[in-house]
Design a protein around this ligand. Sequence first.
Ligand code: HEM
Length: 274
Amino acid sequence: MSLAATIPETARPDPAMAKRWLGRAGLLWLLVAIGGQMIFAVYVAASHGREWLTGQGVRGRPVEGLVPGDVLGNSLYALHMLFAVVIIVGGALQLWPALRRHRPAFHRWTGRTYMVAATILSLGGIGLILLRGTVGSTLMHVGTCLNGVVILICAGMAWMLARRRQFDAHRRWALRLFLAVSGVWFFRVMFMLWMLIFQAPVGFDPKTFTGPLPETLSFAQYLLPLAVLQLYFQAMDRGGSVLRLGVAGLLTVLALLTAGGIFGAAMGMWLPRL
Ligand code: HEM
């Protein structure tokens, strides 16, 4: 017997009202996330941007990502930082309903820029892993490279559906693209939430940054948000009031956890490097 069937029909809330609460909870999570992404964008521009423009690392350290003599790797890294800022700010602009409705030409151009940025970041990121390697285990590299592949698939689908003028389906793939692009940000937010809770390096080796926690996060960073989005679509389309209110409650809890993770990442990772 389903959970909904255990509640008498007269006691069940109106599905239309439940749908409105689900929409509000989704918006709450999105506003929290966009706020946290703006802090990340400020950090990337102010910290990496300043380092690459001035050639001076933070507090006498070398410029992060600059390897003397590696012209290709350095160019990929610098491009990665530039387009990281473009894509984070672009994501917020793309999802702003008033801009979509009243400035469709602007939405189309920022959308094209967003998709070009997503392609450059994904291919460049995979290139950096293959050319230079990065911190963590091979399994983590596989998880991160797959994030790049998922971004490319979502970008391709969102682009194709917009060209075919199938705007409902386009909107859904654009939301998937936004979450997949946010994978690197989710990694930092989830990791710092974990650190806030445990206050110690639980689940990983702090010297090598390997272990079950970062390995799980390198897949969960995009698979978990995409699964929650799918649940949201399901509840919106076919859910009764119980499922809708359940998912609304889940999104509210996730908004609080996301806010906690953003606080941890801002205080522990981003603001100290400004
Ligand atoms: C699409 C959105 C992305 C954004 C906004 C982004 C942002 C960043 C930022 C800010 C850094 C510098 C490290 C830090 O300060 O935290 C970085 C480094 C890096 N990113 Fe990305 N990234 C994105 C996608 C990707 C993808 C899809 C991949 C791989 C497939 C990737 C691979 C890398 C690598 C290898 C580094 C270098 C890490 C190191 O120094 O060893 N990125 N990225």
